[in-house]
Write a protein that binds this ligand. Structure first.
Ligand code: ZN
Length: 76
């Protein structure tokens, strides 16, 4: 039986691609679509230095980590 050089490369490559496809479908079916966990962090934008930061504490004013100015939450 004569096997050409292109078949010698193509057949193992297709086999490995099939293995990767099966693994991909397996993990996709097992975990489903990735979902973002909801966070309780509030988003703050500093009025002085325009630095955007998060704070998980439930406070009306949070101190900017860059300049120390107090800012109100932009989004809860
Ligand atoms: Zn600031």
């Amino acid at each position: 039986m004569f096997v050409s050089l292109s078949e010698l490369i193509l057949i193992p490559m297709l086999f490995h691609l099939l293995v990767i496809l099966v693994c991909w479908l397996y993990y996709l079916a097992r975990e489903g679509a990735p979902q973002l966990a909801p966070t309780r962090n509030r988003i703050y934008r500093c009025q002085v230095c325009e630095h955007v930061y998060l704070d998980a504490r439930d406070v009306p004013l949070a101190r900017c980590p860059r300049c120390g100015c107090l800012n109100e939450a932009v989004k809860t």
